[in-house]
Design a protein around this ligand. Structure first.
Ligand SMILES: [Zn+2]
Length: 352
């Protein structure tokens, strides 16, 4: 089969590989919709997970099941499915402890284009099919559903980690596709004042459509100062971090009220330490919590999130700025993600 792979750090190309074998609990799928991700860019061009040779890229897909193992109960060939980026081992001790995303080791629930081949291929393998695949609801656009692989569950997880409650004042730092879904998630959870931090015009527009009440442009001054001014010096109840770097945590602690929570879903690719400002952290006694986590994955969660598309409580179409057709176009879409033109939020490739 044909696949787009990481040939080594800084290098991608098309390769031929054998179709993966299907274990008794697994499924083999063909892609219907694929989306490249900033993580793919970190993996290839920043060497974020180290050297990989001829590893198929991609972890965001909607697909059609072509084969299932003999122990798979709820999926059969021909079923159209949403494939989550994180595919844990559901019988692991970590999963039993409620941290399935870390099954087999920290962050090891992330398997696609990390520990095994990804989804940018004519066929791809899904472990633990009954636990990890989700049925694609009737009438839902596969491209829009493809946002359920990673963008929606990761953005929403930031909201869960920050534990957003009715009426909370919430800041979302970073309004790329994940941050935009954090804005949408915080709005669904009942945020009152919802401050979106970003600057790209199309992202700012989408943030407003998803429920941001204010946009904070970091080019117009320090974001902490801007938030403190807007909140009359009080700060906010929750901060969701979906962009930035290690220094973003310092800013988040400063803009948070005592009792507030920071939820981070941003991948920190650089720097050895995160600094917590001593005074603004209440000299260690400020009751300002910092939580960071990888999205959970799992069929139940994916099917629940998909039901938000069915009932139109969530519209992921605003994320999709570029649509392509055919497997070959995955390369173009990936490079678009790398070059990040100003009108880009998220590209999707449809495969008929
Ligand atoms: Zn992704």
């Amino acid at each position: 089969m044909r696949a787009l792979a990481m040939l080594g750090i800084g290098k991608t190309g098309w390769i031929e590989k054998d179709v993966p074998a299907c274990g008794p609990m697994d499924a083999i799928c063909r892609p219907i919709a694929l989306a490249p991700c900033t993580s793919d860019i970190h993996t290839v061009w920043e060497g974020a997970i180290g050297e990989r040779k001829d590893m198929i890229l991609g972890h965001e897909a909607v697909g059609e099941v072509v084969e299932v193992g003999e122990l798979v109960k709820d999926f059969k060939p021909g079923d159209r499915v949403i494939v989550p980026a994180i595919t844990p081992d559901w019988n692991s001790l970590e999963a039993q402890a409620g941290y399935q995303m870390h099954s087999g080791g920290m962050l090891a629930g992330w398997k696609f284009s990390n520990f095994k081949d990804g989804v940018f291929a004519e066929r791809f393998h899904v472990n633990d099919a009954d636990g990890n695949l989700a049925h694609l609801p009737e009438g839902i656009d596969p491209a829009e559903a493809c946002m359920l692989s990673d963008m929606v569950p990761t953005g929403f997880h930031g909201v869960e980690l920050a534990n957003v409650q009715f009426g909370d004042k919430v800041v979302v730092i970073g309004i790329g596709p994940v941050g935009l879904m954090a804005v949408a998630g915080a709005a669904l959870r009942g945020a009152s004042y919802l401050y979106a931090v970003g600057s790209r015009p199309n992202c700012v527009m989408a943030a407003k459509e998803y429920g941001a009440t204010d946009v904070i442009n970091y080019r117009e001054g320090d974001i902490v100062d801007q938030i403190m001014e807007k909140t009359h010096g009080e700060g906010v109840d929750r901060v969701v971090i979906a962009g930035g770097d290690v220094n973003t945590f310092t800013q988040a602690v400063k803009m948070l009220k005592p009792g507030g929570v920071i939820g981070n879903v941003n991948y920190l690719g650089k720097g050895d330490f995160i600094q917590i400002p001593r005074v603004e952290w209440g000299c260690g006694m400020g009751h300002k919590m910092i939580a960071g986590g990888l999205m959970p994955g799992g069929r139940l969660r994916m099917e629940k999130l998909a039901s938000l598309l069915v009932t139109r409580r969530l519209d992921t179409s605003k994320l999709i700025t570029h649509r392509f057709e055919g497997l070959d176009a995955v390369e173009k879409a990936l490079l678009l993600m790398k070059d990040k033109p100003r009108d880009l939020i998220k590209p999707v490739v449809i495969i008929k």
